[in-house]
Ligand binder design. Structure first.
Ligand code: SAM
Length: 208
């Protein structure tokens, strides 16, 4: 079993405790807060799609940013049980199975200013396998983002760095006017997770 250093334990306690005090169901909210501070992608009145949204801390934070006129839709294969504000709605679905027909049926096409993905596979301890599964989730998220984003919209996606990281980063580079790689301070130093941010979606592509 991997030993957790005292420093990392303090880190874990700090962010978990802060989330508890600020009434967010997960400490992952601080990663999005850092991304928002840096890139300012989510604005008042925006429509935001959050993939892998459970237990719902990103949704609560996004709801604060977009205000009552905005809309946030969260999708996760696990149901969200935390109470959400009126501008938030959730769907229980596996993002790997979402296709154009499903999106059209949900009337989601081309409506979102920002698509977020904090999806993560259940980790196995095998870093290569975990990274490959993370890459598959990222590809599914990008596929959905391309169908659901307005031209000019933005995409923030978590990926576990591995062999496929360059390929995914290149997919973002060609589909968005600008892209950035971002490692939040609130993410564990030894964690392989990193965020790719695409800004200014160029339009819709069909070949992923
Ligand atoms: C780190 S958690 C997200 C935390 C969330 N951002 C928050 O702040 O509350 C990752 C989520 O990804 C979801 N997930 C993983 N694979 C998925 C898939 N194929 N479809 C939908 N959700 C998935 C998991 O169920 C889990 O809830």
């Amino acid at each position: 079993m991997k030993r957790v250093s005292k420093k990392n334990q303090r880190w874990k306690d700090h962010y978990s405790e802060r989330a508890r005090q600020e009434q967010y169901p997960a400490r992952s909210v601080y990663k999005l807060k850092e991304a928002q501070k840096k890139f300012r992608l989510i604005k008042k009145g925006d429509r935001v799609l959050d993939l892998g949204c459970s237990p719902g801390s990103w949704m609560l934070y996004v709801a604060e940013l977009i205000g009552k006129q905005g809309r946030i839709l969260g999708i996760d294969r696990k149901a969200v049980t935390h109470k959400m504000p009126p501008q938030a709605a959730t769907l229980t679905a596996d993002v790997l199975t979402i296709d154009r027909a499903w999106i059209e049926k949900q009337e989601l096409l081309n409506h979102f200013d920002v698509v977020l993905s904090d999806m993560a596979p259940a980790t196995t301890g095998n870093k290569m396998l975990d990274a490959t599964r993370s890459f598959q989730l990222c590809q599914a998220a990008l596929n959905v983002a391309e169908m659901a984003l307005k031209p000019g919209g933005s995409f923030i996606c978590k990926i576990f760095q591995g062999e496929e990281f360059k390929e995914f980063s290149e997919s973002i580079r060609i589909r968005f006017r600008n892209h950035r790689i971002f490692k939040p301070r609130s993410s564990r130093k030894e964690s392989k997770e990193i965020f790719i941010v695409g800004m200014g979606c160029k339009g819709q592509y069909t070949n992923i």
